[in-house]
Write a protein that binds this ligand. Structure first.
Ligand code: HPA
Ligand code: ZN
Length: 326
């Protein structure tokens, strides 16, 4: 079959990828050594062996520990260039990269250190690989809205270096309504808005993200199938869902890739596409997500084209860029 080659070669966008989740164990150890940071693991193998997750929180604990090696602008640059090399190799023509500034500013790392390192990597990758790369500042929902508002204020001097804001971290118990004011402020500022909703949390969190936060896309959203009225709305309004199959498998949101609901959501007319979420932790970059899900579910070329088209259409790229790709 030529399907794996089609999945690899077709131009696509990646709209749901956390840059801290692209930090490979080898780079974590290299940065720990470079920056004299102590790690609670003896080796790359011991760290990788700890990547056995039971739910979202069990992953987040290790993901935040891994990010502790990031101290200087060059660290953020090196991490992002490594991801952008992998993305370009997967024929990603455009990527919208989440970053979690609070994970770093809480450790005393400057906001400008984080943003300037990531932004310079995006610019250099555009020049040397032709990949379009933009940044989305993501608020940590386990922290307070006051902390998110202060983080936004700190980032505003660098407003031209990110295109939007998102909402991630521990979902259940931290509903979207908790962040109504900060998202309203971001909307006034003309930032693009997205939020994680319906990964582990209920359909009510997807309604809240749409109606209270006014987001343009839902990150994950796989729990929408539990609510028929919500499904109808997502189809009618063509709300993009940035689905992450290997993430859902590794965090036990689904028991088996063969049972993943993406083929059903696509068939029902929802604007879904495939993303890697945290590729260093979940077993692969975007093309690995495509090939494993297609192998498990028996989807074919028609679905492949539709998913790639959805990814490009759902992006915040300009109409001129989209006209080049689609
Ligand atoms: N969900 C919530 N928070 C996250 C994720 C995720 O999949 N990845 C990184 N932070
Ligand atoms: Zn995510």
């Amino acid at each position: 079959s030529r399907l794996p080659e089609l999945l690899r070669a077709m131009p696509k966008a990646e709209l749901h990828m956390h840059i801290e989740g692209s930090l490979e164990p080898e780079l974590i150890f290299a940065l720990a050594q470079r920056n004299q940071v102590e790690l609670p693991y003896d080796s790359v193998e011991a760290l990788r062996a700890a990547y056995a997750f039971t739910d979202l929180q069990s992953f987040l604990d290790i993901y935040y520990a891994g990010a502790s090696v990031l101290l200087y602008e060059q660290d953020f640059y090196d991490m992002a260039r490594a991801y952008l090399n992998r993305a370009a190799a997967d024929n990603v023509v455009h990527t919208e990269i989440f970053f979690d500034p609070q994970t770093h500013t809480a450790r005393g790392v400057g906001m400008e250190t984080v943003i300037n390192g990531l932004y310079r990597a995006c610019r250099d990758a555009q020049i040397s690989q032709g990949i379009s790369a933009t940044l989305i500042l993501s608020f940590l929902r386990h922290l307070s809205e006051e902390d998110a508002l202060a983080t936004l204020e700190e980032a505003l001097p660098l407003r031209d270096r990110f295109i939007g804001v998102g909402l991630d971290s521990s979902e259940v118990g931290n509903p979207p309504e908790k962040f109504a004011r900060v998202f309203a402020r971001c909307k006034e500022l003309g930032l693009h808005l997205v939020a994680h909703a319906g990964e582990e949390g209920p359909p009510a969190y997807i309604w809240g993200a749409l109606d209270t936060l006014k987001v343009a896309r839902i990150d994950h959203g796989v729990q929408s199938e539990k609510d028929e009225l919500l499904m109808q709305r997502l189809v009618r309004e063509q709300v993009p869902l940035t689905v992450c199959p290997l993430s859902n498998l590794k965090l036990c949101v689904v028991d088996d890739l063969a049972d993943h609901n993406l083929p059903r959501l696509l068939e029902a007319g929802l604007k879904v596409m495939i993303n890697s979420d945290d590729p260093a932790y979940f077993g692969g970059y975007v093309n690995e997500n495509y090939t494993q899900l297609f192998a498990a579910t028996g989807m074919g070329a028609d679905q492949a084209y539709q998913l790639a088209r959805n990814s490009l259409e759902a992006s915040f790229a300009s109409d001129a860029q989209k006209a080049d790709w689609i």
